[in-house]
Ligand binder design. Structure first.
Ligand code: NFS
Length: 670
């Protein structure tokens, strides 16, 4: 078992996490944090210099000029490794999208127990985008056509996937010109694997061209389909009060933690937990009922729509088990640590796998099937309730924070313009005037090699001071939630003066939680509408906006980063670069590293960079935003021009003697 090398404050800024890490140490149990200490990353592999694509290797190229047995150069190997990672990330998100489409089809065929079409407005809006007739047709008929259309996108062999038609016109033309308009994600991923097989594509620019096309098939394909269908089936998110952190677990209830990504399962477990027979069953076992909580993006899905609390982000999956209070951890796909099962053996927690795609040795497997969803969800909960009597000593940190998530693109549109004038005009105007300097998306994972939540929340808070509106998804959003940054007016005193005025006027928090990682497509939709509403150029690359993934670790993050670059965004990753090369390379050309930034920027107006230092991330973000403002001929950012209206102005006036107040208000004194 690995021992702590860093202290708990170096592991995480979250007091709940720190408490559990102390408990782990006292109990002699390892976590991802201690394992990261015990296992430094391989400096060859982490720099993208190891090729293990065939049986002649692995070839580890530690010096410039070295080649693999087949003659592959460092640059080729780095590019191939990156293409494979992006393909894997795109496959994960898009396969989730495919399963959502199958569920929608099963619903319209009346074969999906427990599901209904909940958001008719979204169904009609999406159908209309693809010219699916809606007038005089039932929701089932419309949804059936949409499900067929979406299912057909995954294996589309030629032409372009229909979802790309939702990008700004100019962007679509650019993709056509560069030949990256994606076909179905299945075809792009297979081609990515083919091209990177021994003896295939060996030219860096050509390989990275396909990386872009593969990522686009995810962002403007599989992932966007996942978000659309989740909204249609479970409702488009709107603001709702929720809570986050391990303190949402309850001493007197059966705690079931759902962890993974697909809302098909978690939404049904939410429904099952509220069924009278399940509540009675839990009460018969001596508990007050069933308490659900989420981890990772499943947490975001049910938090955004149902207000079900989030127990934490990626690095809290083991820490939840360490409370000793979790009867069952129910997992589906993605970001599930194998270590959960061996850790759970020290407690009574039952780890339950549910996806036909994911089994873990030692876990109980109860396979989920959307045709019998509610029955299976109840079965899972009965297992958890039966386990309640086995609970031993518990330690639930009394740490939780409230938050308001649920800022879908649709809700932001409504919030800014109302029912009859739904629009992004006020946001564009605020950016054009300089009240809002620009927009940043702070998204992505936790990584045990950096201090949990620190980079996310530091970058977020510093950007807010600079009048940058922040949108968040994934584990980054949960990090901000735990720190109280997603709660209405809370923290507005730490926000720049112009941004503060806008937040007060519209009634929004300065950090908007937009959902899970597949929901990064909501950000693409927001950026597209900002273009269409006018005043900020005619394509996404002209908007003063930046995307950041300060604590990234998953291949999905790389796929997201690549489709954002292809959509025109500047994307900054924290941590280490998977294509960095060795620090001591003699004549370091860093071809791939430079291609991702300068090369891609020339082609797509967006670029991908890896920056470890958070202050440098912030500096580069602001520099980029200011450059984009200047290119649009917008006034230079000047915080002294704003902040004297709204509540600030009222408070200022109230402090004045009556005569002066009247003079200030009416230009005369009484
Ligand atoms: Ni995104 Fe969601 Fe979290 Fe990273 Fe994993 S949960 S899909 S990959 S760790 S943000």
């Amino acid at each position: 078992m690995a021992k702590q090398k860093r202290n708990v404050e170096e592991y995480s800024i979250d007091p709940a996490a720190q408490a559990m890490l102390i408990r782990a140490d006292e109990l002699g149990l390892g976590t991802a944090f201690t394992r990261a200490d015990a296992l430094p990353p391989c400096n060859i592999g982490s720099a993208g210099l190891c090729c293990k694509l065939c049986g002649m290797g692995p070839c580890r190229l530690t010096k410039d000029g070295l080649t693999g047995v087949c003659g592959a150069t460092i640059d080729t190997i780095q590019a191939r490794n990156l293409v494979r990672s992006i393909a894997a990330g795109a496959a994960a998100h898009s396969d989730h999208g495919r399963d959502m489409a199958f569920t929608l089809k099963a619903v319209v065929e009346g074969k999906a127990e427990g599901y209904v079409i909940r958001d008719l407005a979204k169904l009609r809006t999406i159908a209309t985008k693809y010219n699916i007739p809606t007038e005089g047709r039932s929701p089932t008929e419309i949804a059936s056509d949409l499900a067929d259309l979406y299912l057909a996108q995954f294996g589309q062999q030629k032409g372009q996937v229909v979802v790309t038609s939702r990008a700004p016109q100019k962007r679509q033309q650019l993709w056509q010109e560069h030949g990256v308009i994606p076909r179905g994600v299945d075809r792009e991923v297979v081609e990515a694997l083919h091209r990177t097989h021994i003896g295939d594509d060996q030219e860096v620019a050509h390989l990275l061209h396909h990386a872009i096309r593969t990522a686009l098939a995810d962002g403007w394909g599989g992932s966007m389909i996942a978000t659309d269908i989740a909204d249609i089936l479970f409702g488009t998110p709107a603001p709702i009060l929720g809570q986050a952190n391990l303190g949402v677990l309850k001493e007197d209830m059966v705690n079931v933690v759902v962890h993974g990504h697909e809302p098909t399962l978690s939404e049904m477990i939410v429904a099952a937990s509220q069924a009278p027979e399940i509540i009675e069953y839990a009460q018969a076992a001596g508990a007050k009922g069933v308490n659900l909580a989420g981890i990772c993006c499943t947490a975001n899905e049910i938090l955004m729509r149902q207000g079900i609390p989030a127990a934490g982000n990626f690095l809290q999956q083991e820490l939840a088990i360490l409370t000793g209070a979790v009867e069952a951890m129910v997992v589906d796909v993605q970001c599930i640590m194998q270590a959960l099962v061996s850790l759970a053996e020290n407690f009574h927690t039952q780890v339950i796998t549910t996806s036909p795609k994911v089994k873990i040795k030692g876990a109980l497997h109860i396979e989920f099937d959307e045709h019998r969803a509610l029955t299976i969800a109840k079965d899972i909960l009965r297992h958890a309730i039966d386990n309640y009597k086995n609970r031993g000593q518990t330690q639930i940190p009394n740490v939780r924070e409230s938050l308001v998530p649920g800022f879908s693109h649709e809700y932001i549109n409504y919030m800014l313009g109302g029912t009859y004038r739904a629009s992004f005009r006020p946001l564009n105007d605020a950016i054009m005037a300089g009240r809002i300097r620009g927009v940043a998306a702070v998204v992505g994972c936790n990584n045990p090699r950096s201090r949990q939540d620190y980079l996310h929340t530091y970058v977020t808070q510093e950007l807010l001071k600079q009048d940058v509106l922040v949108v968040e998804t994934g584990c980054g959003a949960i990090a901000s939630a735990k720190l109280g940054l997603l709660l209405g007016e809370a923290g507005l005193d730490k926000v720049g003066p112009g941004l503060r005025e806008v937040c007060e006027t519209v009634g929004i928090p300065p950090v908007l939680h937009m959902g899970s990682c597949v929901d990064n497509t909501r950000i693409l939709t927001v950026l597209t509408q900002m273009v269409e509403d006018g005043g900020l150029g005619d394509d996404i690359d002209q908007i003063p906006a930046v995307g950041l993934a300060p604590e990234w670790m998953s291949e999905k993050a790389l796929a997201i980063g690549a489709y954002c670059v292809a959509s025109g965004a500047y994307v900054i990753f924290g941590g280490s670069s998977p294509v960095s090369g060795m620090p001591d390379r003699v004549s370091d050309s860093d071809l791939v590293l430079h291609y991702l930034s300068e090369g891609w920027e020339k082609l797509y107006g967006g670029k991908m960079e890896f920056i470890a230092d958070p202050d440098e991330m912030i500096r580069k973000t602001l520099e980029h935003i200011d450059q984009k403002r200047a290119a649009l001929n917008l006034p230079a950012y000047d915080p002294s021009r704003f902040g004297r209206s709204g509540d600030a102005r009222v408070l200022e006036l109230e402090a004045l003697p009556l005569a002066e107040r009247q003079a200030a208000l009416y230009g005369v004194s009484a």
